[in-house]
Design a protein around this ligand. Structure first.
Ligand SMILES: [Zn+2]
Length: 291
């Protein structure tokens, strides 16, 4: 993604991994190939690899630089987590991307996580002498308190579940270090950042809205994984905690931003990543990349 600017704020992306990834039928529940093909034929081409038919999926962190703060939104899969292939991504691109923006670990004031899945909170912590510690020593980490509590509870029931292991490695050490802000739906930072609860993909997934100079951008996390979900908001994925609730949240959120100037930054959309949505006559939405 090129850098974008809204008001006094600059938003950049650090890519951990991109390119063709999953077959659509492995991603979406009740996948209707004929319908998807029809929709895709009238959409912008970035989302599908023509050679393989696979979805093109990026894993990235957004860096939000305001006059007062430097923030990260979602922190990819991280390092030393022990995830098996294909989630054992090369760590070099993310580290290089962070450096290329001229950032040092000490520079990060806030880390926001839209939700606490393995590819959204990985760089939250680093392994030092066998112990997980916050990667960004001066940062406050903002987690929705009910999202945090849900994965903590799962850990109590099943410590080997991949999602509860994620909480144990990437989130619990941040709270233990006193660096977490466990917040509710109405959290605001400096009139610059607000949250839009969009539960369903995870227990309390939130989009992270950035406001400046009368403009608005929103990091939409995994509220959607692919532009197909604008054309058919009922398409939920195999990764959704509650697929029905995910579809309800998706439609409500897209309705709230459609036909406005709000720029959307979905974590998994390939370059140029940022786009807007408009309402279609059939009640669904058109996704258009800002180029
Ligand atoms: Zn997710």
């Amino acid at each position: 993604m090129r850098q974008i600017r809204i008001g006094d704020v600059t938003i950049s992306s650090i890519i951990e991994r991109d390119g063709p990834w999953r077959a659509p039928q492995d991603m979406f529940l009740n996948y209707d190939a004929a319908k998807a093909q029809r929709l895709l034929s009238t959409m912008e081409p970035e989302g599908i690899d023509p050679a393989t038919g696979k979805l093109v999926i990026t894993y990235q962190t957004f860096v939000v630089q305001t006059p007062n703060h430097t923030m990260l939104v979602d922190t990819c899969t991280g390092e030393d987590k022990g995830w098996e292939a294909p989630m054992d991504f090369d760590k070099t691109p993310w580290k290089n991307g962070f450096k290329e923006l001229g950032l040092k670990l000490d520079d990060i004031d806030y880390v926001f996580c839209t939700h606490l899945h393995i590819d959204h909170c990985g760089w939250n912590t680093t392994l030092v002498n066998g112990k997980w510690v916050p990667t960004f020593p001066k940062a406050k980490y903002v987690f929705h308190k009910r999202e945090y509590a849900a994965w903590e509870a799962l850990h109590g029931q099943d410590a080997e579940d991949k999602r509860s292991k994620t909480w144990k490695m990437n989130c619990e050490p941040v709270v233990a270090a006193g660096q977490a802000l466990l917040v509710d739906d109405d959290y605001q930072l400096d009139n610059c950042v607000t949250l839009s609860p969009t539960p369903g993909h995870s227990p309390c997934h939130c989009c992270v809205n950035i406001h400046s100079g009368g403009q608005r951008a929103s990091v939409t996390g995994d509220m959607m994984h692919h532009a197909l979900q604008c054309r058919d908001p009922e398409m939920s994925t195999v990764f959704d905690w509650d697929p029905v609730a995910a579809a309800v949240s998706r439609r409500a959120f897209l309705t709230s931003v459609a036909d406005t100037s709000t720029m959307l930054l979905p974590i998994h959309f390939p370059s140029p990543t940022v786009g807007r949505v408009t309402t279609r006559p059939d009640g669904a939405f058109d996704w258009k990349y800002l180029r």
